[in-house]
Design a protein around this ligand. Structure first.
Ligand code: ZN
Length: 308
């Protein structure tokens, strides 16, 4: 029973992390923005700044920064609000409106209210009109949706199944891949690394959108979901392949890690996490990806502890 409560506490705390990067922005919304984005209001027709906007770019969520619509899908519906006949895959969620008739659209990432979607009106060949409030959007004129500034971060914190499980829950993290880094053997298998002669650590590659989450926020989570003071492995996993390390891409990342370690040391932690230059990352085979998700269970080796 105690274990169960602990699990609930961990999940609750993880949710708190998930909300963190944008929750502070709610307080910064103007009354008009809050009226539409949070309270699901509608801006007056023809009043929004993007109704007749023709520039190329990507429309992002005002609240969390996620990319929602591409300018190539915008069309002139003369209805008084920006209209799109398609959304970026997976970016917009449809929910039944409280009025029982219409279909509301919200940001799939943060739940911000966007507007409504209508089908069967015959405006374009896709026969769909996402009718979106300008005030729910920002237009990023430089951003290309296919190259939406995805960034990569690399960490080792013991068994990669658990590190992947927790870092994947962060808002703005698109994907976490389990693999190996830091050794001298090319294309190592899981069992090569288990035999402990490769120099590799079990590591993860974190794919994230820096418009939504920073390297520092991910690094902080990394230090809080594994024990950075354990010298011989992680949790019950003992061995050189389970040691703690941050593999940095550049001086900025290195300085961020140094700063965070200093904070942890000031808080009384004897941190043993190594700072290593990023080297070639080798993906583990498919059976090791999304391990806990496939298994429908939770990690034995990792958990969330607030350390900052
Ligand atoms: Zn959003």
């Amino acid at each position: 029973m105690k274990l169960f409560l602990l699990f609930i506490l961990i999940i609750t705390t993880m949710n708190a992390i998930v909300l963190k990067p944008w929750s502070g922005k709610i307080e910064k919304l103007s009354d008009e923005e809050r009226h539409v984005i949070i309270n699901k209001g509608t801006e007056r027709p023809f009043s929004g700044k993007y109704t007749n906007e023709k520039s190329e770019g990507v429309y992002t969520c005002k609240l969390c920064g996620a990319a929602l619509y591409e300018s190539k899908d915008k069309f002139d519906s003369h209805c008084g609000w920006p209209s799109f006949d398609d959304a970026i895959k997976g970016a917009v969620k449809r929910v039944p409106d409280a009025d029982g008739k219409r279909i509301e659209i919200v940001c799939a990432n943060c739940g911000a209210h966007l507007g409504h979607v209508f089908e069967g009106e015959g405006f374009t060949s896709k026969d769909t009109r996402y009718c979106v409030n300008s005030i729910s959007l920002n237009l990023d004129k430089k951003q290309d949706a296919k190259n939406s500034e995805l960034s990569y971060a690399y960490f080792a914190g013991g068994c990669f199944w658990g590190v992947e499980y927790y870092l994947e829950k962060l808002n703005g993290v698109k994907e976490v891949i389990s693999g190996f880094m830091g050794g001298h053997v090319k294309n190592p298998t899981y069992y090569d690394v288990v035999k402990k002669n490769t120099g590799h650590l079990e590591a993860v590659k974190v794919v994230y959108d820096k418009n939504i989450i920073s390297y520092e926020e991910i690094a902080k989570a990394f230090f809080e979901i594994h024990d950075p003071t354990q010298t011989n492995g992680q949790g019950p996993d003992i061995g050189e392949q389970y040691l703690s390390a941050a593999f940095v891409n550049n001086e900025d990342e290195k300085n961020t890690i140094i700063r965070l370690i200093k904070k942890l040391e000031a808080n009384g932690y004897k941190v043993v996490t190594k700072i290593l230059d990023k080297s070639e990352f080798y993906e583990a085979d498919e059976s090791h990806q999304n391990y806990y998700e496939k298994k429908g269970s939770t990690p034995y080796c990792h958990g969330y502890t607030k350390r900052f």
